[in-house]
Design a protein around this ligand. Structure first.
Ligand code: SF4
Ligand code: SF4
Length: 506
């Protein structure tokens, strides 16, 4: 049983847990570079928003960095080829999605040459580029939030600039057990993060960026401090936070760093803060300084089911099976594959799923913790004590079972970050987080249904209005004809009446 963080020095964070980190197994080696796989599987939806639409056809040869698919709407991110080769299929493929359904993917058979597309312009001299143009450039790089949320970065930045922004917060608080990709990024690429922070400050026209790391990451802290000294940029501040799960949640981090509370149902921008993952900042550096769109990422391959746990920088679209093989293969005890961490990850049934922009961890375990039999709630209050959002999970559970949307909303279900802390401490083994996730999905579906009904109602009213207008126009025309016929005599009136009967019959 993890320790409730309330027994420790918590700083400003309510609740949370001290979890067994289990990260050291994957941080013994430097970041490794696996070979190119035979095939790359690129889902066209790797972001929040509308799926991108393919711009290439089957049989087409593509180059590394070439634009493959673009989002048609206002929220989305483009997808680029992670290496050169031939498009051999555009078809549904297993992905580690929320529902586990196959998703449309562009499949590239790699030619092994890894030839890059020629860039039309050299990497932007961003410091001399107007901030709006920097934001537009970031949009073209296919960059999304790499902490797991995969919200398109450019749109998040653009939305933030519409408000009163004071602080940029770069999130290096990697609080979920097993995951160490951000730690390794900070250790080995601290300068890229600092450079990304400076680009972001310029794009957002801000004067202060906090780079936030947990206090138990001395190597990362040392490398970042050195990079910041070299940059000699007084706008950058390194901040340490206690190692508590889930201190890396956006709202929790804002509170820890600025002592400002994000309002219920609100966003960090409501209190003048914008949070970006350190990996996202490094990806912005890669795109604006080196001209490389988001075609690779660092991910952790770990767990007792992997022979040599490690971190790799792998091309987006690489099958998980190929990465597991590179990490020494599965151990005899490997039984379960989880994409993401043990608290928020998704179990998948096949290693054919590809690495996507959101994949921060590939976790292979011999065993999954089996909760005991579910018992009735004993109202002990443990779940409320550890909830970082200060919800009352036992009450939410009650309303979720009753499908009482009104009460779920008024008790803050939408603020639940699905961290799983309440599950871990519940002595009755009630799957609280699962119920909250399901309740949120039902509410989302009801909202979508309401939106569909509203669109249908508007279409119906518009059609009725059109028919009534046409009827009025016909009647007005008839009146005019009658007026003219009166001048012309009785035969003309008979002819008009006959035409009207025919029209009505039609
Ligand atoms: S921890 Fe479990 S048993 Fe205790 S109040 Fe919460 S739901 Fe009920
Ligand atoms: S899963 Fe939701 S209700 Fe449970 S502790 Fe986390 S934020 Fe609170």
């Amino acid at each position: 049983m993890p320790s409730p963080a309330a027994t420790y020095d918590l700083g400003k964070l309510h609740g949370g847990l001290r979890l067994d980190a289990r990260k050291s197994a994957s941080t013994g080696l430097p970041i490794q570079s696996p070979p190119l796989p035979e095939q790359l599987i690129l889902p066209i939806e790797q972001h929040v928003g509308e799926p991108a639409q393919p711009l290439v056809g089957i049989g087409e040869h593509v180059l590394r960095g070439q634009l493959l698919a673009e989002s048609p709407g206002t929220l989305g991110a483009p997808v680029h080829a992670s290496s050169s080769g031939k498009v051999v299929a555009i078809e549904p493929w297993p992905v580690a999605g929320r529902r586990g359904d196959p998703a449309p993917c562009i499949v590239i058979e790699c030619d092994g040459e890894d030839r890059a597309v020629e860039s039309a312009d050299n990497p932007a001299p961003w410091a001399e580029t107007p901030p709006d143009d920097v934001l537009r450039k970031i949009l073209q790089g296919g960059i999304v939030g790499l902490g797991g949320a995969v919200f398109p970065t450019a749109q998040k930045l653009m939305q933030a600039t519409a408000g009163e922004l004071e602080y940029l917060i770069l999130n290096g608080a990697e609080c979920e057990p097993y995951i160490s990709c951000d730690d390794m990024l900070m250790r080995e690429h601290a300068r890229d993060i600092v450079s990304g922070a400076q680009i972001l400050l310029h794009a957002l026209e801000l004067d202060c960026a906090y780079i936030v790391v947990e206090s138990d990451k001395p190597d990362a802290i040392g490398q970042l401090a050195a990079a910041m000294t070299d940059a000699a940029d007084e706008r950058l501040v390194l901040k340490q936070v206690p190692t508590i799960y889930p201190s890396g949640g956006e709202d929790q981090l804002v509170q820890l760093v600025t002592d400002r509370e994000v309002p219920s149902g609100g966003l960090p921008t409501d209190v003048g803060c914008l949070v970006q993952n350190v990996g996202t900042a490094a990806a912005i550096h890669d795109w604006l300084r080196r001209g490389e769109p988001l075609i690779s990422r660092i991910t952790t391959i770990t767990g007792d089911g992997i022979a040599t746990p490690m971190n790799v920088r792998a091309r987006i679209g690489t099958p998980v099976a190929a990465l597991a093989q590179f990490a020494g293969g599965y151990t005899d005890s490997a039984r379960h594959l989880v994409i993401g961490g043990p608290m928020t990850g998704k179990s998948v049934s096949t290693d054919r799923v590809p690495l996507v922009k959101a994949t921060n961890c590939i976790l292979v375990l011999s065993d999954l913790p089996q909760p005991g039999p579910e018992l009735p709630c004993i109202r002990c209050g443990e779940c409320a004590a550890v909830c970082p959002v200060q919800l009352q999970p036992q009450q939410l559970f009650w309303y979720a079972c009753a499908d009482n949307e009104r009460q779920l909303r008024s008790h803050g279900l939408t603020d639940c970050i699905e961290c799983g802390c309440c599950d871990l401490v519940c002595p009755s083994h009630i799957p609280l987080t699962y119920e909250f996730r399901m309740a949120k999905a039902r509410i989302r579906e009801q909202e979508a249904e309401k939106a569909r009904a509203e669109r249908a109602r508007r279409r119906f009213e518009a059609r009725n209005e059109r028919l009534q207008r046409e009827q009025r126009e016909r009647e007005a025309e008839l009146t005019r004809q009658k007026e003219r016929a009166k001048q012309a005599g009785p035969d003309a009136i008979a002819e008009i009446m006959k035409r009207k009967q025919q029209d009505d019959g039609d």
